[in-house]
Design a protein around this ligand. Structure first.
Ligand code: IMP
Ligand code: MG
Length: 186
């Protein structure tokens, strides 16, 4: 069995790959054939790397930009402030934008990102996320394209971290406390 002992797999690499192909198909069917893809760092980088290549196979032409956002505040607070750590480098006025991120949780980050692109004059700003956790929502926002809907677990892998670790896992899982007396869970 592959896997890291204290990470319980929720979505396998194969399931993710199939879902990414499906998402690219849906995006190609509904969005313009030329998009400005805006990848939200850091967590969006693995999903985006797969999604942009799947979109290429669907004949969607992309320009690719990166934005790094950080949200202030803890999950317990009722409001959070989002800050631009590193901005994109191109104008978005009149462009069809696809914002790509790992998780839609409270929604504060992606609401900020979409509002920002709309304020800058984007013609459309669609959102694609690998994981949607609707139970965590605090902002009024939904993604246009969702890989998997998930309960309110803290998930890791496929770009997503816990304390700066686990982004490199090829699957999505949840952290579990190691079981006493066992070295062979999972
Ligand atoms: P938001 O709460 O929707 O603004 O999400 C902010 C960011 O928190 C996301 O882009 C992720 O990077 C991170 N995040 C939210 N939930 C999780 C999780 O379950 N695992 C790892 N990162 C998460
Ligand atoms: Mg993120």
């Amino acid at each position: 069995m592959t896997g890291v002992p204290n990470v319980r797999q929720l979505f396998s690499a194969d399931e993710i790959a199939a879902r990414v192909t499906g998402l690219a198909h849906d995006i190609a069917a509904s969005e313009p054939k030329r998009l400005l893809a805006i990848i939200v760092l850091k967590g969006g980088f693995v999903f985006a790397a797969d999604l942009v290549r799947a979109l290429a196979l669907e004949n969607v032409r992309l320009e690719i930009e990166f934005i790094s956002l950080s949200s202030y505040g803890t999950r317990q607070q009722t409001s959070g402030e989002v800050r631009i750590v590193r901005d994109i480098e191109v104008p978005v006025a009149g462009r069809d934008v696809l914002i790509i991120d790992d998780v839609l949780d409270s929604g504060l980050t992606l609401k900020f990102a979409r509002d920002l692109m709309q304020t800058r004059g984007a013609r459309r700003a669609a959102i694609a996320v690998m994981i949607d956790k609707p139970a965590g929502r605090r902002a009024k926002i939904e993604a246009d394209y969702v890989g998997f809907t998930c309960p309110d677990y803290f998930v890791v892998g496929y770009g997503m971290d816990a304390g700066h670790a686990w982004r490199e896992l090829p699957y999505v899982g949840v952290l579990e406390p190691p079981r006493a007396g066992s070295d062979k869970d999972v």
